[in-house]
Write a protein that binds this ligand. Sequence first.
Ligand code: UDP
Length: 334
Amino acid sequence: MRVLITGGAGFIGSHLSDAYLERGDEVFIIDDLSTGSIENIHHLKSHPRFHYTIDSVHNQPVVAELVDQCDVVFHLAAAVGVKLIVESPVRTIETNVRGTEVVLAQANKKKKKVLVASTSEVYGLSDQVPFREDGNLVMGATTKGRWSYACSKAIDEFLALAYWREKKLPTVVVRLFNTVGPRQTGQYGMVIPTFVKQALADRPITIYGNGKQTRCFGFVGDVVGALIKLMDHEEAVGGVFNIGSNQEVTILELAERVRELTNSKSEIVFVPYDEAYEEGFEDMPRRVPDITKVSTLIGFRPTVKLDEILKIVVDYHSRQSSQAAATSGSTSGG
Ligand code: UDP
């Protein structure tokens, strides 16, 4: 199979590329390296079945050409990360809405199946925990930058579903809950890489708010497995699926666990949301997926527990920092 992955140099996209190449398939990616990184695909650049294009999904002729060459499309290219979204709402809206318009329009010309990655952010302030795919989406005010992400992704979902209903383009929508693993950067605010890096450097671990908010962290390997199975399953077409773990943890427990696992001397500090993001910032107190739908269809279940995930991420960042130290040592020495 020939697979196109937009955002293929991103955290999830690069793991998805690895998985398809391991299966023996051919992978094409397009990424503008805005939040993705060439480092994520460095190990694939000379692979004979891997092809990469550094460009934006807004570039219609380039997307058209890539869609032509492939059998199926994963649309993962998006502005992600709460910090980035709050700081750059224009970029968020334009990337997420226009990019999806281009990809779906081009895929529709050749009726190539598209899986569109959405996000658990769309549940917004809903308190119907655990969140079901048919539950209400509860958005905050438009004056709060965070909600531009949820709204832009909700529009992506509407568009993907509309292409299926109106034009019979096979589309699948997935709502990814907090996904973690190696290659995820803390640069755009994601909590686990941020805490792990802080703990490894014995710097203060920064909890935003009071730390009582909860999240469920799914391992990227489990998530990628689900994406592939959904793409392969005919009955997934026209559907919306939550993907993630349902092991709930408070952010304070998370900080303590990271500190233990790294034997860190870091102190845990509490930073008000207004300082961390923007004035009036609204966080979700709990975020837990109901994964019945995806479990029933493809037998999905999260296999990697939080402690195991944290060990993998700690190990990854320890190796990254020792490599960086070795490189700077050899540079300054040589
Ligand atoms: N968070 C935190 N400290 C950080 C980064 C994030 O306490 O340095 C909190 C954040 O406010 C949220 C949770 O951790 O409540 C998860 O944040 P992340 O950005 O990883 O994902 P979100 O679920 O908000 O999309």
